[in-house]
Design a protein around this ligand. Sequence first.
Ligand code: ATP
Ligand code: MG
Length: 283
Amino acid sequence: MNAFHVPRDWREAAGCIERAQRGRILVLGASDRGKSTFCAYLAWYLLRRGHRPAYVDADVGQKDIGPPATISLGYPDLNRSLETLPPAALYFVGAVTPLAHLLPMVVGTRKLAEQAGRPFVIINTSGLVADVGEILKTFQIDALQPDWIVTLERGRELEAIVAAHRHFPLLRLSPSPLAQSKSPEVRRRRRLAAFRHHFRQARPWRIPVSELILQRLPVGEKRPWGEILTPNRLCALADRRQRVLSLALIRNYDADGHRLTLYSPVRENGAVLQLGDLHLTLD
Ligand SMILES: Nc1ncnc2c1ncn2[C@@H]1O[C@H](COP(=O)(O)OP(=O)(O)OP(=O)(O)O)[C@@H](O)[C@H]1O
Ligand SMILES: [Mg+2]
């Protein structure tokens, strides 16, 4: 934690949150304002004072915990960085941007916040805060009913969201002068590294499609299976209680045998296969 600059208002905000002894803390801010840094600081601050906070990472593009295209739940630990923390639960969004995926974003954040089971739940969010982002944040706030909304703002860039929620306890913070932008290339590389880490022990396996429960198929148009179960399509395997077991990639669809070759770290016959909207190559 010493590597970070901790502005005075960050320290005061952490103190304020800690004094309440519990709370859901929703952290909002545009890209690169320091959301992840503040969340890591708050987790460290609470851990140092003997609390065991949960962390819900709902920034599907630039994850702190777990693979992109998911929302994840983790339990921070003083001995490891968030990036090396194994996710305790995942919710599949199926894309690395919330755009056009508002429903899984809202449902997933709420489900994992409820599952967290700790007095303090820190919730990090995507940097999408304008236009559709404003809609997403409005419904995430409504679904989560946070005890604190923490904003990291340059100027008053979140004014519209703040004005509409000024009856919630708000902690309006400024980004550190040390906050820096990440280039699209750096973001892409970080995502690929996180996906590769998730798939590091993956193996190919074959299964008849009839033995899987397919979810999130395209609606409104009848297309041949071969145009839906396309190579490199990112999916998630879930159990019958809708709990994500791991991500999976479609390697091949064999129309003759109506069989799929999947590539995943977990192998589960009879699982739910949730289709995502992303094609991913790991090499
Ligand atoms: N308080 C700080 N002290 C030192 N560096 C900081 C601080 N705040 C942010 N930074 C740096 O600025 C960059 C952006 O910060 P961070 O990744 O926390 O922002 P973010 O809002 O989570 O971004 P994203 O939109 O990618 O999720 C990082 O390189 C981070 O190390
Ligand atoms: Mg971040």
